[in-house]
Design a protein around this ligand. Structure first.
Ligand SMILES: *Cc1c(COP(=O)(O)O)cnc(C)c1O
Ligand code: SF4
Length: 335
């Protein structure tokens, strides 16, 4: 057991934060001064997909507000226990696109590596909440993925995903990138992560050095859903990364009660741009069991997107899209 004041402490700050998470719904409610009326159901909903919230993220929530949009993304709720028709455990049929364990190849030229099953935060809307991670873990599996990639010169972009790849430390990531860097046909490195949104210190100098390597054109895709998630300490770092030549994008999920209103989406795009981050996708929810209470209808989504076009320059309007099994790309409903 690690404590904050252990002597000889040498872990970087982000790893300390990652080891000291809020995992008990009762603790989070009490920190925010909220009633625990539904606690038994909240605990039951967290049994299969535990609560996992970094303290820096909880600090961005508004005390006393049970409907806080950040709280809503991470707090287990009774609705998760209801069966909903059409909501399944593997809504994207990802198991059909796995040539070797830990590697997804669905789209032309791009291969996605599931480098870890771990996340710094557990998001209740996540489509991977029932994902069989034990079949996708790292170690020897990385070698198999590298061997597969070495025989696929048509693939020029590798996407690190998960779980969340930035829960791995820089040494592990460095080992993986070294293997990938040896494959000359890979010209773009893309990393998808929500960790910096919940622990901004994860964007440290060691990681920047790995990604700014001139060997690659590097793209970091953050997953932020609400303007209040873009804290000053996060944006200070993203601006530094932008100056270092990393392309920064953001992908959001359109979530009822979190960001399904025009003003929130406008502020999200503006705030992203302050940090040098370009809005990329606004995804419709994947129909995963336990997440139906986050659903926004296609009509409402199209309406919001249309209004966004009327409010923002085109380059700050994300593409409204969804992933559909069997398609050659993500389906764009409105660009
Ligand atoms: C989303 C996704 C990608 C990347 O798609 P882009 O439209 O290029 O962002 C690649 N592979 C898989 C399996 C994906 O789910
Ligand atoms: S994969 Fe992404 S959305 Fe899902 S729990 Fe992890 S950080 Fe959240």
């Amino acid at each position: 057991m690690i404590t904050q004041d252990a002597p000889g402490w040498e872990l970087p700050d982000w790893r300390r934060q990652q080891a000291d998470l809020i995992t008990d719904p009762a603790e989070l409610l009490s920190m925010l001064g909220l009633a625990a009326d539904a606690l038994p159901e909240q605990l039951a909903a967290a049994r299969d997909f535990p609560l996992r919230v970094p303290r820096a993220y909880a600090a961005l929530m508004t005390p006393g507000d049970p409907d806080d949009p950040l709280l809503r993304q991470v707090m287990s709720v009774p609705e998760e226990l209801l069966e909903q028709p059409g909501y399944t455990a593997d809504p994207l049929d990802e198991s059909d696109h796995t040539p070797v364990p830990g590697l997804l190849h669905k789209y032309h030229g791009r291969a996605l590596l599931v480098v870890t099953g771990a996340c710094a935060v557990h998001c209740r809307y996540c489509f991977r909440r029932h994902f069989p991670y034990q079949t996708h873990l790292s170690g020897k599996r990385w070698e198999q993925a590298l061997a597969w990639l070495s025989e696929r010169p048509d693939i020029n972009e590798v996407i690190l995903s998960g779980g969340d790849p930035l829960t791995l430390n820089n040494r592990r990531l460095g080992q993986l990138l070294e293997g990938l860097a040896a494959l000359p046909h890979l010209v773009r490195l893309r990393v998808h992560s929500r960790t910096p949104v919940v622990i901004p210190e994860r964007l440290d100098d060691g990681l920047l050095a790995l990604m700014a390597d001139p060997r690659w054109r590097s793209v970091l895709v953050l997953h932020a859903n609400h303007p209040r998630e873009l804290s000053p300490s996060l944006l200070e770092r993203t601006r530094q990364w932008q100056r270092a030549g990393i392309t920064l994008l953001n992908q959001s999920v359109l979530l009822a009660g979190v960001n399904d209103d025009l003003e929130t989406l406008v502020r999200l795009s503006e705030r992203l741009h302050e940090g040098g981050i370009m809005p990329y996708y606004l995804h419709l929810l994947d129909k995963v069991q336990g997440a139906a209470h986050f659903a926004v209808s296609d009509d409402q989504a199209r309406g919001l997107h249309h209004q966004l076009r009327g409010r923002l320059p085109g380059f700050l309007v994300p593409r409204l899209s969804r992933e559909e099994p069997g398609e050659a790309a993500k389906t764009v409903l409105a660009g």
